[in-house]
Design a protein around this ligand. Sequence first.
Ligand code: ADP
Length: 672
Amino acid sequence: MSARVLIVDDSLTVRMSLMEALFEAGFAVTTVPTVAEAREALALEPFELIILDVRLPDGDGIDLLGEIRAGKGSSGAAVMLLSTEAEVRDRVRGLSTGADEYVGKPYDLNYVIQRAAELVRSAPAPGSRETVLIIEDSVTYREQLKEALEAAGYAVIGASTGEEGLRLAASARPAAVIVDGQLPGIDGGAVTRRIRMDAALRHLPCILLTGSEEREAEVRALDAGADAFVRKGEEIDVLLARLAAVLRSVDGPRVGEASSLVGPRKILAVDDSETYLQQVAQELRAEGYDVALARSGEEALELLTAQPVDCILLDLMMPGIGGHETCRRIKGTPILRGIPVIMLTALENREAMIQGLDAGADDYISKSSDFEVLRSRVLAQIRRKQFEDENRLIREHLAQKELEAVEARATRELEALEAVLNERKRNEVEMNKLQAELAHVSRWNAMGMMAATLAHELNQPLTAVSNFLEAARHMSKNLEGQQAGNISEMIENAMKQTARTGAIIRNLREFIEKRETSRSLENLNRVVEEAIALGTAGALYNDTRVEVDLDARLPPVMVNKVQIQQVLVNLCRNAFEAMKSARRRVLTVGTRLETPETVMITVSDTGPGIDPDVMTRLFQPFTTTKSEGMGIGLKICQSIVEAHGGEIWITPNEDEGVTFRVRLPIDEDEDA
Ligand code: ADP
């Protein structure tokens, strides 16, 4: 639905010309000549835009604006004041009452239409969607884009040729155009150029789709006046981001920036001489500029706070704060600093010129000089400002992109870091679990080993005692009398006690044999790696190099993982302790497929080796050379390995240290 605009102006010519142009631009137009009729129209229907003359036969346009803003119908409409009043006082009053734009009469029709479109676009009706025009001859691609854009909340209209697209752009007034570079008939570049040359469409953001990979295509696209280009091969997301960016950049002027990069320029002329002001106004209006007039520096500053301009002509000698001070204040205000100031003086005075430039003026002209000079200097300053504005926009855009890239990178790095930390945390939890399990099994193994040793050590004396008692009973049969009865009773008692002790020892043995021995098929290399992690988890071993040489051909092996890990942890810890004062500290752990039936694990160190007499007793319980050693570690290793049907033995290394070898059967015999 087209936007509704109300024109309030007592001049029939103005009403007619605006109505025609706005109607062509796709607006629904209502015109009225008086404040009273305007009130009636506003009461009847809502408007998106109101173009309002300031001086009306039955009242004041600014008063009417006040009523509108106070809520008397269309209070949210965009309002453009249109007035022959060049006086700063009027402008300031209008803008501070809530006008969105103030345009001096005689106005530039194209500019008014274009600003009208901009104002309506930057204040879309609530719930309305921005319309995007797609000009693309491939139906498939057009439909694909349409789907993506609609999913992103845009309304979409489509055209398959440049001609059709231009017609639609003019009638439907989309918020942006996406045009394919290659089209039958007039191509995308030409469409963009025509849009840029059309006063009413000039500000329509255009994104050109380029098919080729060559860089020149980009340059040509921007040359043609496109706001952005997107390669057809790129993801639709890129296109959506570009579209959002170009729509944002046309959304209303920023503070301190002139309203539009194209269109008539606003010039503020400040002079206490009425005749000179009128002359300047006439000359510059003839050039198409919108001229505002101020009688003093104070007035000029007041206007600048309400409406930015593109150039300021500033008389040097004025009552009040004067030209120099006005200039200093403008240049001292960050948002006004960029506006070019041209100083005017009646005298050819070098001193005054230097002062003026000191105060921050950008140029300096004599009032007596030709207006031709004034025009060209104004044009030069405006060009410079435009150039600077555009450069600043480009710089901001680049900086923004850079920032986005940095942010994206930082986010990626953070995510990677988080993943690593999580992984580490998981490993830690896993490790703690393993350690706890190992400690538990260790305790059981140690107890079992003590029990086994105890059973073994007690068995011999118990057998001796039993044998003695057996012999004593036999001999006591030959004794007689009271004494004989007592002795055989004592012997019977002692025999009962030894029988009980024997039962206890048998229970102990059973308990040892029943220890947890559940087995499963394990990747032995993984088991070894985990054991190394467990065995090396301690600051003590930090300066020892650990080399791991795993045979990738190992098949899964049937083992009790925790027990095998305990063997390896024991061997590793012994090796570390042995190497504590060695010159070279290298622990090498390896696996090897020894035969098709057996695997071999080796744990080798560069320690001092083992004395021959210790070596012979190494796997016997309570063999230790350490002051706080228990001497059962290797015994436990041996019993675990043997329970797996394997063997453990030790060989001295050629140069230094020893190697423990553990051989395990792959397919362990069930009854081994
Ligand atoms: P503990 O470590 O409590 O002494 P172990 O049964 O584990 O009990 O070890 C018995 C002894 O074997 C140790 O005290 C040490 O003298 C010797 N030993 C074990 N491993 C090594 C090794 N890699 N290098 C030198 N001696 C070792």
